[in-house]
Structure formats: C-alpha cells, structure tokens
Design a protein around this ligand. Structure first.
Ligand code: TYM
Length: 332
C-alpha cells in the first residue's frame, strides 16, 4: 500500500479552494492508501500569525478535516509542530537545496510581494520544510492543488540530490496527485488570481463556514462577463471567471466542464449563479454544521491530535535517525 502525505496551513478559515483542490480529494484516497494528514502550523508562521488566533484556527482546521471525512482511526491526523522530525529533517534539507532552486519558486515571489527584503527567511525555505514533511515518512503520493506542483518538483530534486550526495537510495520519488476539475480555484473577484485564505477581500472567497446567505451573496457578486455560458469547454477559452465558476460547479456536482455546459450552456450568469449557490449551500452546509458540533468538544479534538502525533512520530523518528546517520552525525 502506498503512503500518502498532505498538509494544510491553519492560517485562516479553509476556503472552497482548499476544499475542492485538496481536502475533498483526500477522503476517497483513504480507501486504498495509508494516509498522514497534517495541519502545518510551522508553515503557517512563515507569515505573522496572532498567537491566540493561530491556536484557535489550528483546532478549527482539525475540526474541518474531521467534518469533511478524514478518518483519524484508520489514518493519522496530527499537528506538524508536535512531531520534531519535521524541523530536524528540514534543517538537513536546508543544507541540500540550492539557493538557485529556491530563487525559482513562484509562490515565494507571490507571497513576498514587492518588499522581498522584509519577508521572513522561513518563507524562503518553506519548500524545504514541505519536502521534509513528505520525506520524513517516505511517503510516495501527495494530493495537492495545482499551486503546489512546483514545490513537489523541488521535493523530488532534494531527494535526488540527497541520495546522490550520500551515495544511497534512501528517499523515494514522490508523485503529485493533482485531481479534479477544480485543482485551481480562482478568486471570485479576479479570475487570474487564486482563491486564498489570506486575500484581503472577503468577497474573493467562499469560506467553509460561510452561512447560506453569505454564499449566495458572494456568488451573486462574483465577477463574470456579459456573454451567456458556452455549450462546450472550448468556449471557456479566455474567459477566466466563467471557467472558474463552471469548474467549481463541476467539482461539486461530480462531473466535468463538458457535463456542466451540457446542462447549463446558453444560460445567462443570473440563472447559473443561482444554481451554483444552491449547490454550494447543499454541499457545504453539512460540513459547517458538523464542524460546529465537533468544536463544542475541543478536548476530543485535542485527544485525536495527540494520538495522531504519537503514531506519526513512530514512523518519522527512525527515518530521520537513519538520515542523521547517513549524514555522519556522531551518535553518542
Ligand atoms: P495551503 O494551506 O495553502 O493549502 C492547502 C491545500 O489546498 C490547496 N489549495 C487550492 N487548491 C485549489 N485552488 C485553490 N485556490 C487552492 N488554494 C489552496 C493547496 O494546493 C493545498 O493542497 N504548502 C501547502 C501545505 C503543505 C503540504 C506539505 C502539502 C505543507 N507541507 C506537504 C503537501 C505535502 C499549502 O499550500 O497549504
């Protein structure tokens, strides 16, 4: 059975992008993989987080994952900062990855923005920690949204260079799993920008805890163009906003772009947005309800996370110990 690792930052309320690009695809993978699902709080602090908010958001993220169908008994759900192996291996990978590789990372450029000098050094080495997350478990498959593709290529480069430099076949290659018609959900205000927890505009995203009125309003206000929907996917070319809404609909309805356009092609956006809002409410409301129910008992969530961390450490610690031996650290 192949081992899966994936992570999500507790840097805000999870968005529809996180759900359709990642979480929703994680659930069925649990049928035939051994899975580790990680709330990556070490990654979250690469940008400033208010401490009390971070604590709260971390527990909420765990609750959302459980509400979406993550199974903490058959699989492992845990917090990154609870397992020391991540930071230990990340340091070694900081010494394997080359500056030239990190300089090519588009996410660093996007997140650091114009004032690069003011970005944290953690944000710069973010992809090395991500590589450590995966390789600390010898995981071979990583389900993510499309925006993480470049980071996973880097994780493979790091593994290859480590293996080469130390003359071993220790870290396996990883395969990105970028799944479904909504692997890249875009902002509702700008079809060229990805939907993000950290976008300053609340109108740009659907949060997984939005109530039905908020969902309907955001979809009604979503940017579109004046043309009706095309009847075939080729007609979405050059229409980023239309393509985005059709992709969201397709992912929620369990179909593809063509399937949605067969049903809704020729309609104006007024009618389509109404159908989309209704579908979103139908799919997201149960998640919001279940999240609230779980959060009423935080001690149970914390217990799940503690047990998860113990099981995760039992896998990662021996792998990191062997890495340290390969590097030549004197064990006394
Ligand atoms: P984060 O928290 O930014 O995103 C979590 C997951 O959600 C996906 N995602 C999206 N998918 C489609 N459309 C969007 N607009 C969208 N926004 C986010 C991301 O691709 C991701 O799969 N660096 C990772 C977290 C991480 C990780 C790892 C992932 C840390 N270590 C090891 C895999 C393996 C991230 O982007 O988190």
């Amino acid at each position: 059975m192949q081992r899966i690792f994936s992570g999500i930052q507790p840097s805000g309320i999870p968005t529809l992008g996180n759900y359709l690009g990642a979480i929703r695809n994680w659930v069925p993978l649990q049928r035939d993989h051994e899975c580790l699902w990680c709330v990556v709080d070490l990654h979250a602090i690469t940008a400033w987080q208010d401490p009390a908010a971070l604590t709260q958001q971390t527990r909420e993220m765990a609750a959302v994952l459980l509400a979406c169908g993550i199974d903490p008994d058959k699989h492992i759900l845990f917090l990154q900062s609870s397992v020391r192996a991540h930071a230990q291996l990340a340091w070694i990978f900081n010494c394997v990855a080359r500056l030239g590789w990190l300089n090519r990372m588009t996410q660093f450029k996007d997140k650091a923005g114009k004032d690069r000098e003011a970005a944290s050094s953690g944000l710069y080495v973010y992809p090395n920690l991500m590589a450590a997350d995966i390789h600390a478990y010898h995981a071979t498959r990583v389900p993510v949204g499309d925006d993480q593709r470049q980071h996973l290529e880097l994780a493979n480069d790091i593994a290859q260079k480590f293996n080469h430099d130390y003359g071993v076949e220790f870290f396996p290659a990883i395969e990105p799993l970028i799944l479904g018609p909504a692997a890249r959900v875009m902002s509702l205000r700008d079809g060229t920008k990805k939907m993000s927890k950290s976008d300053p505009s609340e109108q740009s995203r659907i949060n997984l805890n939005d109530d039905p009125d908020a969902i309907a309003l955001k979809i009604r206000r979503a940017k579109t163009d004046p043309e009706p929907l095309p009847s075939e996917p080729a007609g979405l070319e050059g229409r980023a906003e239309a393509r985005n809404l059709v992709g969201i609909y397709a992912a929620l309805a369990g179909t593809d772009h063509a399937g949605v356009l067969r049903e809704h092609g020729g309609k104006g956006f007024g009618a389509f947005k109404e159908a989309l809002a209704a579908l979103l409410v139908e799919k997201l409301s149960p998640i919001a309800g279940e999240t609230r129910r779980l959060l009423a008992d935080p001690a149970t969530i914390d217990r799940v996370l503690r047990a998860g961390a113990e099981r995760a450490a039992a896998i990662a610690d021996p792998i990191v110990a062997e890495t340290e031996r390969l590097v030549g650290f004197l064990r006394v």
